[in-house]
Write a protein of this length. Structure first.
Lengths: 342, 436
């Protein structure tokens, strides 16, 4: 029981870290056509992600891999149920990744335009659909006793699912705008900061609607009412969101970005805590829901994987923090003139 | 069309496309790490230019390898959910370990390598490339451990209606997986070496970048020579193990129908699977199959007729992929040995340089055929002896799979063309001039 519950929270943590890290990549990519007025602006934006996006994306691979390893039944049912949505996300991620590499390789406006479009699609679509997917998981998905999905892509596009999508997009847009503000100066920096300021009330509005809608559409608050101390999780999320505005006003963009990162992590945990012990709840009958206790791997596998995760995730964090520190300074002319730069 | 067939086509398309890029990533990363190390040791700018030029081609290739790998990890869930539920306890953990231990390292450090030229010391920057190269190959080790388990499952018990882990040590020391690794790593190095040799040969033929290309060629030649010999040797060991644990695959590789001792091989055959015989057999050589499979000319080799009809792999594909791989695998050491002889007189032997230019695609063909043999030869099993492919697909609508399959073909087809065009363009353009 303890082992399975531990894995449930590791599972949530890995998704949260994925959203926190790749989230600003998605945000930058979505803002890209709007903030990138000149080719130089655009190059600054993608080079601000250049050294980091690939490592960030591995959090998704790890979250997926850990779902497979610790909760194979969830991996099987969740990914086959969300087939079309997941395929769209994967194709979008493919486009995003190659676009960064390909864009600068041929000097022709049409060539760049094609990859510019792909960068936008490849960032916006995953941001939206991950939100839609998690919104649907929070409210339950029509799976029957055999774990077979009774619906299609449009089943997922219900009001609460779409609201989840909008929340994710708004979170990542603010997160991404702050990153651009950190990494650039001059006009682009000013516009990025202004964008973060303008988007913040929108994000706040969506977050409030989402918290209320969650009470209407999902059973997520049941855990909170049973253990009111858990309300600390959404409270921290709200406090962090207010912190974003506070630091924005003080033009402390690094601190604002950290507050935004905390908002994303605690928003994810708001859902994860509310879900417990469900990983993939059925909206047809709660008895069909896949939980940490009925869908997990064997105790031996869970123990071995726990050792792997406890040993290696801290190591990963250390070298990723090292990379972030190395590439946290504002982009310079020298960075952009590097032969290898995007 | 049914979901199983469509899902198999999709998985084949996705893995084979992914594997156009992975071997070059594995092999070339090591060669580039050596180039950069030589630069640090000697201070010779040519080695720096070599690192940069081959690095540029490496990165285009790397991007395609990474993005096409992501879809694979998720396809087990989207398309093979019954398989995933059945084997996740073991197979899933191997994939998760791969991501945590190896892929994170590779992906984070490649970013540091690309953008860190001015931020790190020369030594540290070269060390970062070594981390990338080792992490990539470490990644391959975990993936092959997972594949090895599908080929020859060990360390499990059947409990709760699924395969559960009983002995982790047995899984990670699975002889099948270790042999795959011992065969695959040198094969990737061979591919990387032929890539470098072929492009260098092109520039030598054009009499341009002569010093640069000669150095590149000769450095790659060392890797190519060692790797081509290692591939042949480990291939032989691997074949013996296949004979022991996957006898049906061995029989299909040789279109061998009748159980017999002193079993022959045929150089060429067209099987008639309906009537359990070969329509055409050319070049029958006695004893050889017994020798290849068991290193004993008198050994008995079980024929396909003695396997139930529903447990035989498709003979034609298995046979042809094996023959293509072996023919090419024999050619590679010949080419590298000729290279060794001519290495000081490359410019005087344009015929050899032309052969090496046209040899660039051959290791790709050999490696793809090796995987076709491994995977098609395992059929009808998805996990050998435990679970059939027909019972492993997801309960999704065939229209969904058809749509995604078309998506894969379109997106991968376009990206593949763009990727190879960019590599071709940059390869032909050659390195930057010395003073740039």
């Amino acid at each position: 029981m303890v082992l399975q519950a531990t894995w449930f929270f590791i599972w949530g943590l890995l998704w949260a870290l994925f959203f926190m890290t790749d989230g600003f990549d998605f945000g930058v990519g979505t803002l890209y056509p709007f903030l990138g007025k000149s080719d130089e602006d655009k190059r600054k934006m993608i080079n601000s992600l250049g050294p980091l996006w690939d490592g960030n994306e591995v959090w998704l691979i790890t979250a997926g891999g850990v779902t497979f390893a610790a909760f194979p039944l969830v991996y099987a049912v969740m990914f086959s149920s969300l087939y079309t949505a997941l395929m769209l996300i994967l194709f979008a991620l493919i486009l995003r990744g190659v676009s960064f590499e390909f864009r600068g390789k041929v000097d022709h406006p049409l060539w760049r335009k094609v990859w510019d479009t792909c960068i936008f699609i490849g960032s916006f679509v995953p941001a939206l659909l991950f939100g839609v997917a998690f919104g649907n998981i929070f409210q339950g998905v029509p799976i029957n006793q055999e774990g077979i999905f009774q619906g299609n892509l449009f089943t997922l596009l219900n009001p609460y699912g779409i609201l989840g999508g909008l929340l994710f997009v708004a979170l990542f847009l603010v997160h991404g705008a702050l990153w651009i503000a950190i990494k650039t100066d001059g006009d682009l920096h000013d516009r990025a900061a202004a964008t973060a300021n303008r988007l913040w009330p929108v994000l706040l509005g969506i977050a409030v609607v989402f918290l209320i809608a969650t009470a209407v559409f999902t059973p997520l608050y049941a855990n909170y009412l049973a253990y009111p101390v858990l309300f600390l999780v959404p409270l921290v999320a709200v406090a962090a969101l207010l912190g974003v505005k506070y630091f924005l006003t003080k033009k402390a963009y690094f601190k604002a970005w950290f507050a935004s990162a905390a908002t994303i992590v605690f928003c994810t945990f708001f859902g994860v805590v509310g879900l417990f012990p469900n990983l993939f709840p059925s909206s047809i009958d709660p008895a069909y829901s896949l939980t940490a206790f009925n869908a997990s791997s064997s105790p031996l596998t869970l123990r071995i994987m726990l050792i792997v995760v406890i040993l290696f995730i801290p190591i990963v964090l250390v070298y990723q923090v090292w990379a972030y520190v190395m590439f946290s300074k504002k982009l310079t002319e020298e960075d952009l003139s590097l032969e290898e730069a995007y | 069309m049914d979901v199983v067939l469509l899902s198999r086509l999709q998985f084949a398309a996705a893995t084979m496309f992914h594997f156009l890029f992975v071997p070059l990533t594995l092999g070339l990363s090591v060669i580039i790490a050596v180039m950069e190390t030589r630069y640090v040791q000697t201070g010779n700018e040519t080695y720096l230019r070599m690192t940069k030029f081959w690095g540029k081609l490496f990165l285009i290739n790397f991007a395609l390898g990474v993005v096409t790998g992501i879809t694979l990890e998720f396809q087990f869930g989207t398309n093979w959910s019954r398989y995933s539920a059945y084997v996740g306890d073991i197979f899933g953990s191997l994939l998760a370990i791969e991501a945590t231990v190896a892929f994170f390292l590779e992906s984070t450090f490649i970013g540091i390598w690309i953008f860190g030229w001015k931020k790190l010391s020369k030594k540290a920057h070269a060390a970062v490339m070594w981390v990338v190269a080792l992490a990539g190959n470490l990644s391959a080790m975990w993936i092959l451990t997972a594949n090895g388990w599908m080929q020859h499952p060990v360390g499990y018990v059947i409990r709760n209606g699924r395969a559960e882990l009983s002995n982790f040590g047995a899984v990670i020391t699975n002889k099948f997986a270790l042999l795959e690794l011992a065969h695959m790593i040198p094969a990737a190095l061979l591919l990387g070496a032929f890539f470098v040799m072929g492009i260098s040969a092109y520039h030598l033929l054009k009499k341009q970048h002569v010093d640069f290309s000669t150095r590149s060629f000769n450095m790659a030649l060392v890797f190519g020579l060692v790797a081509s010999l290692a591939v042949a040797a480990t291939g032989d060991m691997h074949g013996v193990h296949v004979a022991e644990v996957q006898p049906a695959k061995l029989a299909a590789m040789e279109a061998h129908w009748e159980t017999q001792t002193q079993a022959p091989i045929v150089l060429f055959a067209i099987p008639d699977e309906e009537n359990e015989r070969n329509l055409i057999e050319i070049g029958k050589i006695p004893y050889i199959l017994s020798f290849l499979g068991y290193h004993d000319i008198n050994a008995e080799v079980k024929g396909l007729r003695d396997f139930p009809k529903d447990e035989r792999p498709p003979v034609l594909i298995t046979l042809f992929s094996f023959r293509t791989m072996v023919a090419l695998g024999t050619l590679f050491p010949l080419l590298t040995i000729i290279g060794l002889v001519l290495r000081k007189r490359l410019m005087e032997n344009p015929w050899y340089l032309w052969i090496m230019v046209f040899a660039i695609p051959l290791p790709y063909v050999a490696i793809e055929m090796g995987w076709v043999l491994a995977e098609v030869g395992r059929q009808p099993w998805i996990v050998y002896g435990l679970l059939k492919t027909a019972d492993a697909a997801s309960p999704v609508a065939s229209s969904q799979v058809l749509t995604s399959l078309i998506g894969f073909i379109l997106v991968y087809g376009l990206l593949g063309m763009v990727g190879f065009y960019l590599m071709f363009k940059n390869a032909v353009k050659g390195p930057e001039p010395a003073d740039a």
